[in-house]
Design a protein around this ligand. Structure first.
Ligand code: SF4
Length: 146
């Protein structure tokens, strides 16, 4: 497991664990949504895992993000669901025409959920977690692209 990866037990019952790969301002919204939760470095033994990519991804950073997702995927019991949190991760956001900004993490990851906004509100993340807890999600579109 890569150093610094933290798992948040979103409901405290082991049903949904969330990892944030935070890169820019959208990460503040993630932190607001998860402020009361305890982060653990040990991967969960059961339950769903969400990997939230929040912030601006550059082409130079893309391999590191991919490696983090691969590392988390190898350490947990079920295939993680990747959440593209915010306009930057989904399409480059306000930097869409920058030569160095990745125009969407779905160029190198299979994304289960796109959350719109610049930034999205913290409640949008709660909605995704609630849907996963209910089992209302598509396990087919998840993980690292082969
Ligand atoms: S989508 Fe907006 S708020 Fe989020 S990282 Fe990009 S510029 Fe910042």
């Amino acid at each position: 497991m890569a150093a610094g990866v933290k798992f948040l037990d979103w409901y405290g019952d082991g049903s949904v664990h969330v990892v944030d790969i935070g890169l820019a301002c959208c990460t503040l919204e993630f932190e607001s949504a998860s402020a009361d939760l305890v982060a653990r470095s040990e991967p969960p033994a059961s339950g769903a895992v969400l990997i939230v990519v929040s912030g601006t991804v550059t082409d130079a950073l893309m391999p590191a993000v991919r490696d983090l997702v691969t590392g988390v995927t190898a350490s947990v019991p079920s295939t993680p669901l990747v959440v593209s949190f915010g306009a930057c991760t989904s399409a480059g956001g306000p930097y869409w025409d920058s030569y160095s900004v990745t125009k969407g993490i779905d160029q190198f990851l299979d994304v289960a959920w796109y959350v719109p906004g610049c930034p999205p509100p913290p409640g949008a993340l709660h909605e995704v977690c609630d849907a996963v807890r209910r089992g209302d999600h598509d396990q087919l579109s998840a993980g690292v692209r082969s």
